[in-house]
Design a protein around this ligand. Structure first.
Ligand code: WTA
Length: 645
């Protein structure tokens, strides 16, 4: 067997102590409703549910519909009530090196204070609260305070631009934004509230739904921080001054816990809606089984940002509902130097480390002597998420970080799925590097062709989810039709959810996810739509037309490559390219800036006027061109190629 065929069974020792066992697959198949009910009963319900799944109004699912619970109580109070109040919930590490350890009792007090203040300013169950914050504990406290009151939170990644924030605030009609004065960026304080001010506008331009902006003091960098009287308040003067005693009420299982905006195939982001009971069930179930969580012993670290779904499910709701002790780190992996993550693992005895392939590839570039300088023997399980992991990076992770000892769980899921869907069970599955292996117990997936026929081993097709699951999205905020069109129209006849990814089975039955089949790019695990970047580019006055593709990139998975046609009056040059890149940063986020912008005389189009992105991808990736016979003018490529030099 060559090195590349090697498979990785769990050690007997790991298997013997694992939470999840092989019999779960069959049990879940035999009676999925009973299986999910059993998972849901791991939570504390104020009113127990009597029904599990109501799929009568498909694709609008209801799970545990007559049950009532409080999500924040499940994540905080119940651990305190069980005598675990002194357990550290969060070891927080700020980028400049300041730290805070927050126990479950302290977390309960902080969440209660925020809940009391939110109530005092008149927020009511069902109102939306936008959260635009770096990775500070108050971000998590705010999320939980919303959950406690039945307010629906909408976290907007603090790397998004003010324009992106405004669009999300308006779409959700959020009443409050919670933010910080500034955030640390590689050791330096950078403004953040300024972006909120710009987003919310003033006078005729003011965001109509906004009543308050609550500001956490983080960087304290600006003595003249602009302030809108009546609208802006400091967290320390308001939340901090509120009572730490708060009596929670219970909400319906289907009550919307949060919205999270994500990129689709069109220009406008979609507000993905998640429920309370079903979502939390899946978060808790997957956290326990996929991460093999051992309460009171493990130290868990998910390196995502709370601005993404991974941060929601595996920093906030999964770990905290399980009573875990976890790391929350504010900064970047190379601040102050490349040892940062390994220092943290060593210092806190991290047992379970969950990160993205793009970071693993970055670590590979930095060299194995960096992790090699640290004692990483506390680690017992590793995970990845966000994009396919190349087998080479998988093996490096296994060897260099995991010491050839730790199972790796490659977890495939989406903002829309709420929690893990495809992943190995770490004490059960023999892993093939690069494969997410298969659906978890209780989850069902298929690989099919255009007509919904299941494909044989080796053939690439569409990944579909053919059974509902508790953590599934409940809709797109304010747009039920778009929800149906986007996810449920492709295989409407069969009633399947179309995930937007391609996949195939290998000869050992392992499932390989091959990346998006739609116009969504994946840059460092961030979902960005080609249409969004194109519309940002054409907003620049010099741009007549733009086509954007994701080209393979060694470190980031994909890199954004743009092809633009200029207006006649425009002067090409470096300055213009810089302006165009900046336009994308301002409209969306610096993370969406194209790696490369090519100014071209023409774009390859079919006779019906559709841009052939597939061919642009061939060019950008330096491949021979695929079939050009449907092009109006195949010679455009000569011009495009000569332009790229
Ligand atoms: C991709 C992130 C391969 C996939 C949780 C999916 C993956 C999109 C994996 C969702 C994986 C995520 N292997 N591809 N383990 N995990 N993806 O919504 O294309 O930000 O559709 O959720 O990321 O991205 P999202």
């Amino acid at each position: 067997m060559s090195n590349t065929d090697q498979v990785y069974p769990p050690s007997a020792e790991f298997a013997a102590q694992a939470n999840a066992t092989a019999e779960m697959y069959q049990r879940a198949k035999d009676d999925p409703n009973e299986f999910w009910a059993e998972q849901a009963r791991q939570l504390s319900w104020d009113t127990p549910f009597s029904t599990v799944l109501d799929w009568s109004d498909a694709p609008f699912a209801k799970w545990f519909a007559d049950g009532k619970l409080n999500v924040a109580v499940n994540c905080v109070d119940r651990h305190v009530d069980a005598g675990k109040g002194d357990r550290v919930a969060i070891h927080w590490i700020g980028e400049p090196g300041d730290t805070r350890d927050i126990t479950y009792s302290q977390l309960k007090d902080e969440v209660s204070k925020a809940a009391n203040y939110f109530t005092a300013i008149g927020l009511q169950t069902g109102d939306r609260v936008a959260i635009y914050m770096p990775m500070v504990p108050e971000a998590i406290i705010t999320m939980l305070a919303c959950a406690r009151l039945g307010l629906t939170h909408s976290v907007v990644f603090a790397g998004f631009s003010s324009a992106a924030l405004r669009a999300r605030v308006d779409d959700a009609a959020a009443k409050v934004v919670v933010t910080t004065d500034g955030q640390y960026r590689r050791g330096e304080p950078a403004p953040l509230k300024a972006a909120v001010d710009e987003a919310l506008g003033t006078g005729d331009d003011a965001a109509p739904s906004i009543e308050k902006v609550i500001v956490v003091r983080r960087t304290n960098h600006d003595p003249d921080l602009p302030w809108v009287d009546g609208r802006d308040v400091w967290w320390e003067d308001t939340v901090e001054e509120s009572s730490p005693v708060h009596e929670p009420e219970a909400f319906d299982a289907e009550h919307p816990l949060f919205l999270l905006y994500t990129s689709g195939t069109t220009g406008s982001p979609k507000g993905i809606v998640h429920s309370s009971g079903g979502y939390l069930t899946q978060a808790n179930y997957t956290f326990h089984n996929v991460f093999d969580h051992k309460e009171g012993r493990d130290v868990f670290w998910c390196t995502a940002d709370i601005g993404w779904v991974t941060g929601h499910t595996y920093i906030v709701y999964g770990p905290l509902s399980a009573g875990a002790t976890e790391i929350v780190y504010e900064g970047t992996p190379n601040s102050p130097d490349e040892h940062r993550h390994f220092n943290i693992i060593e210092k806190y005895g991290v047992t379970t480390y969950y990160t993205a392939p793009t970071l693993i590839r970055t670590f590979m570039k930095w060299g194995r002597e960096i992790p090699g300088a640290h004692d990483l023997t506390s680690l017992r399980l590793l995970g990845t998420v966000g994009e396919p992991i190349n087998p080479e990076a998988w093996r490096w992770y296994y060897d260099v970080i995991g010491g050839n000892r730790c199972p790796i769980v490659d977890t495939w899921w989406q903002t829309e799925t709420g929690g893990h869907m495809l992943a190995p069970l770490p004490g059960v599955t023999t892993c093939t590097p690069g494969s997410a292996m298969g659906p978890l117990p209780g989850i069902s997936a298929k690989i099919v062709d255009d007509n919904g026929n299941e494909l044989p081993t080796g053939e690439q097709g569409y990944l579909v989810l053919d059974q509902p699951w508790p953590g599934m999205l409940r809709g797109i905020w304010g747009d039920p039709q778009r929800f149906k069109d986007t996810y449920w129209s492709r295989f409407a006849e069969q009633g399947w959810y179309f995930a937007g990814d391609g996949a195939r089975y290998d000869e050992n039955g392992a499932l390989w996810v091959l990346g998006r089949v739609d116009d969504v790019m994946n840059v460092s695990g961030h979902r960005i739509s080609t249409a969004e970047v194109e519309s940002a580019l054409v907003a620049h006055p010099a741009v007549a037309e733009a086509a954007v593709i994701g080209a393979a990139d060694e470190t980031t998975g994909q890199g954004i490559v743009a092809f633009v046609i200029l207006m006649e009056h425009a002067t090409p040059g470096d300055e213009l390219i810089a302006e165009m890149r900046n336009q994308v940063a301002v409209d969306i986020s610096p993370i969406a800036k194209p790696r490369e912008i090519n100014i071209v005389p023409e774009l390859p189009k079919t006779r019906s006027g559709k841009i052939m992105r597939r061919l642009l991808k061939d060019v950008a990736e330096g491949r021979e061109l695929g079939d050009t016979s449907t092009l109006v003018d195949p010679s455009v490529f000569e011009a495009i190629r000569s332009q790229r030099g």
